[in-house]
Design a protein. Sequence first.
Length: 184
Amino acid sequence: MALTFEQLQQRIFWMEVKADEWHQHAKGGGWVQNTATVHETATIEGIVSGDAQVSGDAWVYGNAWVYGDAQVSGDAQVSGNAWVSGDAQVSGDAWVYGDAWEFSPLQIQGSRHFFTTCTHTKIQIGCHSYTVVAWQKNFQTIGQKEGYTADQIAEYGLFIALAAEWLKQKFPAKAKAEAKDEVA
């Protein structure tokens, strides 16, 4: 079922969404920003924005969002909570679905261990993987137990703060849900 315009505004609340800059696609009823290119043969039940292109018999459905300069073509399908962005190209019979990464996760080679956002809500440092909130609360204790110096603990604290903000920008709904779950 396609979103109403009000639901579209709520879903991408951080963007200014004006009614005259969007339209519903004839095949599927999903929302397409006027700057994007979507062929009439494609089925859009999700969201397509920016300079994204969807062509052929491609499908974008569920909570999926194709944006930026991304291209989806052929018989490709983007579904679930997947976001396809940047210069990503999904083509042929490819399927992108669920919580797939369609751009590189944040990765930093720190002075002691590798640091990465290993899921949309988790950070991994070395062999330890925890939610962002858990890292924010416990990074000093974990660092001390692992033998990090005070400077290294401060360094990784900065990485955690950066990742928390980066993940909020990339996955705002997931960041809100995680914060709510940690409070409960």
